[in-house]
Structures are given as C-alpha cells and as structure tokens.
Design a protein around this ligand. Structure first.
Ligand code: PEP
Ligand code: MG
Length: 325
C-alpha cells in the first residue's frame, strides 16, 4: 500500500465523477515545505505562524517574518499559501508573549483577541504578510473569529497596513483573499453573516469540536466526549457549509478531521472545497477521494443526519466505509 500511495502524487485530486477537492498541507515550520511538495499538495491551507514566535525572547520583526512568508510563497508557487495570523493562548503556550495567567485560557485572550489587543504586533505581522503577497498567491486568515465585528476590526487593521505600505511605495498584491477560521460556536451560528464579509471559510474542527461540545481538546478525563461525529457537530458543519454555498464563497477544512479518510465522504457530502492536513495524510485521502462520487457523500450524509448519538453515526459510518475500503 505504501508504494501504491506514492503513485497518487501525480494524480488529480478529484472524485470519480470529476469533482475537484484541493488537498493542501498544514505547516508549522518552513522546513516542512519539502515534505509538503513531495506529497503533491496543492499549496498550503494552513500556515500556523505562531511557530515563528516560539522559543525566543523577542518576537520576530517585520523583515524576518516577511522573509519567511516570501520564501514559503516562492517555494509553493503557483499554488496558494494561506497564512494564519498569530494564534497564541489556549493550548498554544508561548511563554514570552502570554500576558497573564488566566483561569480559563481556552476562553481567554487567545488568537485574534490577542492580536486585536496587541495592535503593534498585529500591524507588524500584517505588513509582513502584505509585503510577501507581492511574491506569490498568498491568502490571509484570522483565527478564532467569533463574529462579524471582529472580522471588521481585522479588515480595518489590514486596510491601515495597506495604506501605510502604499504611501511608502512598497509593493503588495492587489488582491489578497481574506478568510476566517470557523472554530467557535458563535461563528457557526452567524456563518451566513460572516460569509457576506469573508472571502473564504476554513473550518477548524479541533477547536470547533472543543467549543461546541464544551470538551477541552487536551483533557484526557473528558477525551471520551470529544466526538467528531456528534450530531451537534454534523449540524454545525451543515450550517457553515450551507452559508458558504449560499453566498458563493469557498469553504475549506483544516482541523484534524480533514485528514482522516474515514470522514471524507461526509465532507464531500457537505460540499467542502478544500482539505488541509498534515502532508503525509494527503495520498491516503486522495486514494479514497478518487474512488467515490459526490453523490455517494450526499447520500451517506443524509442517512447519518437523522441519527441521535455520536455512537450511532460512527457505527454506520464505519460500516459504510469498511464495506468500500
Ligand atoms: C483547529 O482548531 O482545528 C485548527 C486547525 O487550528 P489549531 O489546531 O491550530 O487550533
Ligand atoms: Mg484552532
């Protein structure tokens, strides 16, 4: 099977009925790029920029960040790279820049909340991303958005950085798609409103499941409750994808669920356009993708949607996938 999987590198990532789903890589550090390229990824769907901030006393400056982003964009061209702005806090502990101890860090000052508070750091990162966008098809993505007001605040910051660079005569791409992670319950509930103002969605199932089910993603005592196939999660995913489809924006998924072939038919049924995962998972997902049709996914999703427990959903899903693969 390993040898067979290698052969998938060159094959199109599409279903048997010709429906294309972009398979992209999740990247934490620039030295993972060769692996991503070797697996035949169609670009990077999630560059977790917080890893540039780890293990150092002073955060990386604009020039240093610019060089890293530019390098990644050039290596991945002509495929796109989605750069996610800093996501610290919660389970992502960066000792140097965590402001204070919090009793409930997952619900505290993390991700975009931190960036919107520490405007100086945010501004530097936005300038670096904009400057890099002159060198390849970049996309920017904001983490942990909980509603439209936050997205607007982010866009304002981006405009400010743009205006400043323009005044300085520094080059940046005319078009930079602005996307958001959908990973809080409120973002799922107002997905229709967010879809009106975002250029794309990327569903972060790691956090979405944690927050929807109120189950700490890293807590072993409640790990048994961390159920990706909980009917509540399926409903949230449907809402998000429906909203994106109604407004005509693409919807990606970059949480762990995206890289597990078990869920592929479900994601196909939901109409997800792009799956971003740890690079070694790409051939496995592509192998399954090429054997199914979108209609298979829609039919299976319809059957799963009426089941009342995660156990029921998982049992039917495993049975169906087991029959096929
Ligand atoms: C997620 O929450 O699913 C996600 C992709 O982001 P992270 O795991 O970095 O929080
Ligand atoms: Mg997340």
């Amino acid at each position: 099977l390993e040898k067979e999987l290698l052969s998938y590198r060159e094959l199109a990532s599409e279903t048997r009925d010709g429906h294309h789903v972009a398979l992209r890589g999740n990247v934490e550090l620039p030295d993972e790029i060769p692996l991503v390229l070797a697996q035949g990824a169609e670009g990077i769907g999630l560059f977790r920029s917080e890893f540039l901030f780890l293990n150092r006393r002073i955060p990386p400056g604009e020039q240093e960040q610019f060089e890293v982003y530019k390098d990644i964009l050039e290596k991945m061209a002509p495929n796109p790279v989605t750069i996610r702005t800093l996501d610290v806090g919660g389970d992502k502990f960066v000792p140097e820049i965590n402001l204070a101890d919090e009793a409930n860090p997952a619900m505290g000052l993390r991700a975009i909340r931190f960036s919107l508070k520490e405007r100086r750091l945010f501004h530097i990162q936005l300038r670096a991303i904009l400057r890099a966008s002159a060198f390849g098809p970049a996309r920017i993505m904001f983490p942990m958005i909980s509603g439209v007001a936050e997205l607007r605040a982010c866009r304002e910051c981006l405009e400010k950085a743009r205006a400043e660079l323009a005044a300085e005569g520094v080059a940046f791409a005319a078009e930079l798609p602005v996307g958001i992670m959908i990973e809080t319950p409120s973002a799922a509930l107002v997905a229709d409103m967010l879809a009106q103002e975002a250029d794309f969605f990327s569903i972060g199932t790691n956090d979405l499941i944690q927050y929807c089910l109120a189950v700490d993603r890293g807590n072993e005592h409640v790990a048994y409750l961390y159920e990706p196939m909980h009917p509540g999660i399926l409903r949230a995913l449907r809402m998000i994808c429906q909203a994106a489809r109604d407004k005509g924006i693409p919807v990606a998924m970059c949480g762990e669920m995206a890289g597990d072939p078990l869920y592929l038919l479900v994601l196909l049924g939901l109409g997800i356009d792009e799956l971003s995962m740890n690079a070694p998972g790409i051939p496995r997902v592509k192998r399954v993708l090429r054997q199914v049709t979108r209609e298979d996914g829609e039919q299976l999703l319809a059957r799963l949607s009426s089941l009342p427990t995660a156990q029921d959903v998982s049992r039917l899903l495993e049975e169906e996938m087991g029959k096929r693969f």
